[in-house]
Design a protein around this ligand. Structure first.
Ligand code: SAH
Length: 221
């Protein structure tokens, strides 16, 4: 990231027109989105579309989220520099890279081993450190490193997997898409004195979260 970056200008425009102009004001989040080279997280054939205002395919039927949605979810996590963050659904590794700019430690769980391998390569190419990728069923969370100050789920399930709520620290924030298979409501949970408050954030469309506390595998309801 120290050498000349041909996408610097496109990234500035992405931050200004897709993100800041739509109401994201958190300067740490904006700086992270300005810094992370999103074009290194999409397949080569999609590289020139990396800064467009939409999700893109990353292989195996999965997608990298639209930049604005990454920004909304990240801002709502209210990450502080010493926080430990859990992501479910590594995908390209882009969201994890943004989180790594803001937090002390990021654990990201991915179900598909091939997708996890590519994400590790993308993060290495982008020079991102501070992300640990674990292959497994993220609907069960990742107990060895719990509790987490923030949890982000980037695939959709009919309800929020209970293990994730259990692994949220006191004062912790969780952001996840919840609802039917195609499009869902983005919700934020905040754990205070053991009680969980739910805040709706609007409509989104995510790929399914497949696992014990999510949807069953391909083909089933
Ligand atoms: N955050 C990603 C986009 C996620 S796409 C990015 O920045 O690019 C959703 C990902 O969730 C897919 O890679 C999919 O394989 C993964 N996934 C689906 N069910 C999962 C589960 N139970 N545990 C972990 N990952 C899961």
């Amino acid at each position: 990231m120290t050498t000349a970056d041909p996408y610097q200008r496109e990234r500035e425009e992405m931050v200004e027109f897709q993100i800041r102009a739509r109401g994201i004001g958190n300067e740490r989040v904006l700086a992270a989105m300005q810094k992370v080279p999103r074009h290194l997280f999409v397949p080569k054939t999609w590289e020139r579309a990396a800064y467009e205002d939409r999700p893109l395919p990353i292989g195996e039927g999965q997608t990298i989220s639209q930049p604005y949605i990454v920004a909304v979810m990240t801002e709502q996590l209210e990450i502080r520099p010493r926080d430990r963050v859990l992501e479910i659904g590594t995908g390209s590794g882009y969201q994890a890279a943004i989180l790594a700019e803001l937090a002390a430690k990021v654990i990201s769980v991915e179900r598909l081993p091939g997708v996890a391998d590519r994400a590790r390569e993308n993060l290495a190419r982008a020079g991102v450190t501070g992300v640990e990728i674990v292959v497994g069923d993220g609907t069960q969370g990742y107990p060895p490193e719990a509790p987490y100050d923030a949890i982000i789920v980037t695939a959709a399930s009919p309800s929020i997997p209970k293990p994730l709520i259990d692994q949220l620290a006191e004062g912790g924030r969780l952001v996840a898409p919840v609802g039917p298979r195609d499009c869902q409501d983005l919700v934020k949970l905040v754990k205070r004195e053991g009680r969980v408050e739910t805040i709706p954030l609007g409509g989104v469309c995510f790929v399914p979260l497949i696992g014990q506390f999510g949807w069953q595998g391909e083909g089933s309801p």
